[in-house]
Write a protein that binds this ligand. Structure first.
Ligand SMILES: [Zn+2]
Length: 240
């Protein structure tokens, strides 16, 4: 049997080398020529991507360290100053937000009924006044700003500028005004037990990681506006 004859009878066409004229092959040639440049472009893109991925956690860490992720300064959150028409005078030199006046006065009255005498030491403070307190005391005591902020918030960062904060003392133990020792007074014990009924809450308790314990400093959270003002602070407390 003749093998060649057998193959020829199928009449197989010869392969034509036509790929050079094929538009796909032209593209391939171009790709081959430009491949070093493409490689370079892809490398740069990849490097940039890696850099971004690496940088992100570093910048997050940085903002956690200095606390700037929620705009804190020296541990204090920023607060806007209350519009003047929402301020009311409750006694000489003590102004508060109108939302909290009734509740605050009722609280003092109820305390009196229990034989406890609350004194209001400081209510609303303008950012200007806070500025004077912060910087004058700073220079008098020659304290660093960070140290100073543990006692009194920097201007623009005090809850007192909102009108929703009140510093309270015990009328029978005035030497404990603005002192941690205030926690050992009958007034403080009464407040701890009863203030929540009047929607007051201690702003800087012993668990606060930013600011020193201030047993005399209470804030009002009994209105929608007040809750909005202290939302960031409360969210932060929950996540602690
Ligand atoms: Zn205060």
């Amino acid at each position: 049997m003749d093998l060649n004859k057998d193959i020829n009878q199928f009449d197989i066409p010869l392969a034509k080398r036509t790929y050079l004229n094929n538009p796909n092959s032209i593209l391939l040639k171009k790709l081959l020529i430009f491949s070093p440049f493409l490689f370079l472009i892809f490398s740069i893109a990849a490097l940039r991507l890696i850099k971004n991925i690496e940088l992100k956690p570093i910048s997050n860490l940085k903002s956690q360290v200095d606390g700037s992720h929620d705009h804190r300064i020296l541990g204090h959150l920023p607060y806007n100053e209350i519009p003047k028409d929402k301020l009311v005078l409750i006694e000489p030199n003590i102004e508060v937000h109108i939302d909290m006046r009734d509740s605050l006065l009722k609280m003092r009255e109820e305390a009196r009924n229990d034989g406890i005498y609350l004194v209001f030491l400081s209510g609303y403070r303008s950012i200007n006044l806070q500025n004077d307190i912060f910087y004058s005391l700073k220079s008098i005591r020659n304290q660093e700003a960070a140290e100073r902020a543990r006692v009194s918030a920097p201007p623009g960062y005090s809850e007192h500028s909102t009108g929703f904060a009140i510093d309270i003392g015990d009328a029978t133990q005035r030497e404990k005004d603005f002192e941690t020792e205030f926690e050992n007074t009958d007034a403080f014990r009464w407040l701890k037990k009863n203030a929540a009924k009047f929607h007051f809450k201690l702003s800087f308790n012993k668990n606060n990681k930013y600011i020193d314990y201030e047993p005399w400093h209470w804030r009002y959270e009994g209105s929608i506006e007040a809750l909005k003002v202290f939302e960031t602070s409360n969210n932060d407390f929950k996540s602690n």
